[in-house]
Ligand binder design. Structure first.
Ligand code: FES
Length: 114
């Protein structure tokens, strides 16, 4: 069964298969996620913050931990969307500022801009 994940600040929702990578819900037309390493947890171009529901994601593995350690924008709620698997409900993803959102309409539609 799919789990519903909210994506902020663009106020979108994605239904992701249980045990599916968070990344699969971030592949909409408006989001440009580079996936430089092909989803192997090595490049951090799929870095996101988890606003809520961290316990509904799979635990962090060693590779993800090592990759996050070297990026300067890493916070305690950082995850790599290609490595974090959706296990439960209540997940709210926050896209890092300046990443992924390409069109001005997305930014203008954002509730934090109002
Ligand atoms: S796509 Fe490279 S770390 Fe996720």
């Amino acid at each position: 069964m799919a789990k519903r994940v909210r994506i902020e600040p663009i106020a979108q929702v994605a239904d992701i298969a249980t045990n599916g990578a968070l990344l699969s819900g971030l592949m909409g037309d408006e989001l440009n996620i580079l996936k430089e390493c092909g989803g192997r947890g090595m490049c951090a171009t799929c870095h996101v913050y988890i606003q809520d529901g961290m316990s509904s994601l799979s635990p962090m593995g060693k590779r993800e931990q090592r990759t996050l350690e070297v990026i300067t924008t890493c916070k305690p709620n950082s995850r790599l969307a290609c490595q974090a698997k959706v296990m439960g409900e209540g997940i709210v993803v926050e896209l890092p500022v300046g990443m992924y959102v390409q069109s001005i309409q997305d930014i203008e539609a954002s509730p934090i801009q109002g």
